[in-house]
Write a protein that binds this ligand. Structure first.
Ligand code: ADP
Ligand code: MG
Length: 350
């Protein structure tokens, strides 16, 4: 009798446990998170379990705690505080983002510069104290933006800033890194298709249910909230693998206007001013989001001609095909598509 009661008890306990498990892992709709200084939208479609969204949310929080320069306790702030004092041991993620940043800086001869922290703070673009700094302030900040003074010891996994006023900023690469990390979480959890949109840094994973092509619009710089001016079409499953990322850097994303002139957030370490390279935006398509993010900023500063010259080298560096779409100051849209499976539709030539 006792044994029978025990069996019944075990049966109900198992049912209850299964119920708790299922209800903790129920399917939920696409989620929005505020992280990495932007709004992040994640859609896991049919595989959108609460547990996977939870893992993604923690991943975003972890990455934010490493790369947020406005957080005193972040890993990047710790490195910056130790400038010219002592080498800092860094996490694997930090080391990877730093390594990729330095490689991109080398590739583009400093057009991509992870040591622009001083200049970025001085301009304060996207803060409530954005302003055009004086010439002497810009000169002073420029003196402390030398990315070659970042000493990265790969063996010890430490970084030492050889200038007491230099400061790192990963604003141009952290979202791309985060998108790749989220894609890995999706793959580990057998998510069949997903859209990961970290404030316009978009990564799609897998294949659409009806097997039709993914379509990603490129914003019209003159009217970013309106209809896109072009649309990229691509199957996510290509010979390259399972993901595809589309990242745009442009003058319309973050900026302020003073005396009728627009000052945007992508700076040239060379001039100390917002980069003027003849582009309103550049869109980079690449399987790896970290590459697309770093290169979109780098090639925006470099301009169309140099970007096209550097494209092959960038493909070798990242081991991926890279496609580019340019929107020039006069509104002309042009592209260099490396993957025959990608096509571009013009909706509204400006
Ligand atoms: P967004 O972050 O708006 O998507 P980007 O990826 O182009 O746009 O990154 C711009 C951010 O990167 C700036 O807000 C700043 O933090 C940083 N940054 C600005 N200019 C450069 C540069 N030349 N090289 C590296 N980082 C930069
Ligand atoms: Mg970028």
């Amino acid at each position: 009798m006792e044994e029978k009661r025990m069996k019944i008890f075990k049966f109900f306990a198992a049912v209850a446990a299964a119920f708790v498990f299922v209800s903790c892992d129920r399917k939920i709709p696409p989620q929005f998170y505020e992280s990495l200084g932007t709004v992040c939208f994640i859609n896991l479609y049919d595989d959108g379990k609460e547990s996977v969204y939870g893992e993604i949310e923690s991943c975003l929080a972890k990455i934010d705690s490493k790369f947020n320069v406005n957080n005193e306790d972040s890993e990047i702030s710790l490195v910056n505080k130790n400038a010219s004092k002592s080498p800092v041991r860094i996490s694997d993620n930090f080391a990877f983002v730093l390594k990729t940043s330095l490689e991109t800086a080398e590739l583009t001869d400093g057009d991509f510069n992870p040591a622009l922290g001083n200049l970025i703070k001085l301009w304060g673009i996207n803060t409530d104290h954005a302003r055009v700094p004086s010439e002497s302030e810009i000169e002073e900040a420029r003196k402390h933006c030398g990315w070659r003074k970042i000493a990265f010891d790969k063996t010890d996994q430490t970084v030492f800033l050889r200038d007491d006023k230099i400061s790192l900023d990963f604003g141009a690469i952290a979202k791309g890194f985060a998108a790749d990390e989220i894609a890995l979480i999706c793959e580990r959890n057998n998510v069949r298709r997903a859209v990961i949109d970290l404030g316009g840094n978009v990564l799609v994973l897998g294949e659409k249910k009806d097997r039709s092509q993914w379509k990603i619009g490129i914003k019209n710089p003159e009217n970013p909230a309106g209809e896109p001016c072009a649309v990229l079409n691509f199957p996510a499953i290509s010979e390259n693998g399972k993901t595809c990322s589309v990242v745009t850097s442009g003058v319309y994303e973050r900026f302020f206007i003073q005396d009728g002139k627009r000052y945007h957030h992508i700076l040239s370490g060379e001039t100390g001013f917002p980069a003027e390279s003849g582009l309103k935006s550049i869109t980079v398509v690449c399987r790896k989001s970290i590459a697309a993010d770093a290169l979109s900023t780098a090639f925006f500063v470099a301009g169309k001609e140099r970007a096209l010259e550097l494209k092959n080298k960038a493909e070798n560096l990242f081991g991926e095909k890279i496609s580019l779409v340019f929107i020039e100051n006069d509104g002309k849209i042009s592209s260099s598509l490396s993957d025959s499976e990608i096509s571009l539709d013009f909706i509204n030539q400006m």
